[in-house]
Design a protein around this ligand. Structure first.
Ligand code: F6P
Length: 360
C-alpha cells in the first residue's frame, strides 16, 4: 500500500512535444499502483492558485499523440518567493497531494527541490526542445522539434534551388546549439553557427562565394538563436545582411521560432516520455525524491537533483560560490567528466558538420 494519496503532476517552462505522453504515463502508472493523480494547471501557478484537474484513466485518453501540453505551462516567478511556496503548500494540503512530478527544465527542477525541502517529495522530468539539461543525454521534445525544423529547411531548399538563393535559418535552443547543429547536418547546410563554437564570418562568406562561382545554386545556413548579436542585429540577421551586401548570393532570412515547439510528438518523444514518466512514479513509490529522471548512455535512470543542477551550472559556466561545496571528490570528478563528454560531443558533431559541408 502506497503512503501517497495523490501525486500532482505539472508541466512548466517552455512546452515540448511529448509532455502529454509523459503526464499520461505518470497518471496511468500511478493508477495501476492504486495512487490517484491530479493535473496541476499552468505549471507552478496552478499549485499556487489551486487550479487542478483529476487525472482519471479516461481523462488522459487520446492525448499521447498531441503536441503542446494539455496541462498548460508557464514560467512562474512567484513560486520562488516564500509567499508563493506557502500558498503552494496550502494547496497540497487542501487537495491531499503528497508528492509532485514536474516536467520541464532547470527552473522546474529548482521548484521540485524546494518542494521536497518543504515536505512534498518531488521528482523532475526533463522536457524541453533544447536538449540542454546537462545530466540527461536526451530531453523530451528534442527529436520532434528537430524533425519539424528539418522539414521546413527541406522545403526551403527546394525553392532555394529553383531560384538560386540562400536561406539563413535561425532556430531556437536558447544557449544550446544542438538543434541548429544536428538540423544543419541533417539538411546538408553549407554552414552552421552555434554559441558553443567560434564562427568565422569572413571565411564563410568567401567559401560560399566560391561555391556560387563554381555553380552551386541553393545554400542553407543554420544559426542557433544563442549566437551573440553583432551590430545590434541577431547573428542570423547580421549574416543575412552581409551575404546580401558582400556576395552575389541572394539571401533570405527565416525564423521558425515557436512553430517547432508544437506538433505531434514523434515516436522517440512519445516512448521516452512514457518510459521517464513510469520511472518517476516507480521512484516516488520506492520512497525516493529529489531526483531528475534522465537518459544516460541509453538507459533511463534517476540522477540526484542537486548534482544535476550543479552539473548544469558547471557546463553552462554559471557556477556561483558554494555551489560545489556539498559534493565529494568522486562526485565532482563525475560532474567534470560529464561536462567534458558533452563538450566533446558538440565538438565532434561540429567537425562533422564542417567536414561534410560543400566546398568548391
Ligand atoms: O527552452 C525552450 C525555448 O523554446 C528556447 O529554445 C527559447 O529560447 C525559449 O524557450 C523561448 O521562450 P518563450 O516561449 O518564453 O518565448
Amino acid at each position: 500500500m502506497s503512503k501517497f494519496r495523490k501525486i500532482g503532476i505539472l508541466t512548466s517552462g517552455g512546452d515540448a512535444p511529448g509532455m502529454n505522453a509523459c503526464f499520461r504515463a505518470v497518471a496511468r502508472k500511478a493508477l495501476s499502483e492504486g495512487v490517484e493523480t491530479m493535473g496541476i494547471m499552468e505549471g507552478y501557478n496552478g499549485l499556487i492558485n489551486d487550479q487542478m484537474i483529476d487525472l482519471s484513466s479516461a481523462q488522459v485518453r487520446n492525448i499521447v499523440q498531441l503536441g503542446g501540453t494539455k496541462l498548460y505551462s508557464s514560467r512562474c516567478l512567484e513560486f520562488a518567493t516564500a509567499e508563493g511556496m506557502d500558498r503552494a503548500l496550502a494547496t497540497c494540503e487542501k487537495e491531499h497531494i503528497d508528492a509532485i512530478i514536474a516536467i520541464g527544465g532547470d527552473g522546474t527542477f529548482r521548484g521540485a527541490l524546494d518542494l521536497t525541502a518543504h515536505g512534498i517529495p518531488s521528482i523532475g522530468l526533463p522536457g524541453t526542445i533544447d536538449n540542454d539539461i546537462t545530466a540527461s543525454d536526451y530531453t523530451i521534445g528534442f527529436d520532434t522539434a528537430m524533425n519539424s525544423t528539418i522539414s521546413m529547411i527541406d522545403q526551403l531548399r527546394d525553392t532555394c534551388e529553383s531560384h538560386k538563393r540562400c536561406d539563413v535559418i535561425e532556430v531556437m535552443g536558447r544557449n544550446c546549439g544542438q538543434i541548429a547543429l544536428l538540423s544543419g547536418i541533417a539538411t546538408g547546410a553549407v554552414a552552421v553557427a552555434i554559441p558553443e563554437m567560434p564562427f568565422d564570418v569572413d571565411a564563410t562568406l568567401n567559401r560560399m562565394a566560391a561555391l556560387r562561382k563554381a555553380g552551386k545554386r541553393s545554400m542553407i545556413v543554420v544559426v542557433s538563436e544563442g549566437c551573440a548579436a553583432v551590430d545590434g542585429l541577431p547573428f542570423a540577421e547580421y549574416l543575412t545582411k552581409r551575404l546580401n551586401a558582400e556576395t552575389e548570393i541572394e539571401t533570405k532570412f527565416f525564423r521558425p521560432a515557436h512553430t517547432v515547439r508544437g506538433g505531434s510528438p514523434l515516436v522517440r518523444d512519445r516512448v521516452t516520455a512514457t518510459a521517464m514518466g513510469v520511472r518517476a512514479v516507480e521512484e516516488l513509490l520506492a520512497g525516493k525524491s529529489n531526483e531528475v529522471i534522465c537518459e544516460v548512455n541509453g538507459a533511463i535512470q534517476p540522477v540526484e537533483i542537486n548534482w544535476a543542477l550543479a552539473a548544469d551550472r558547471m557546463y553552462k559556466n554559471k557556477l556561483k560560490p558554494g555551489d560545489l561545496d556539498r559534493f565529494n571528490e568522486t562526485e565532482l570528478a563525475q560532474m567534470k567528466a560529464l561536462c567534458d563528454k558533452r563538450r566533446k560531443y558538440i565538438e565532434t558533431m561540429y567537425a562533422c558538420a564542417n567536414d561534410t559541408a560543400d566546398r568548391a
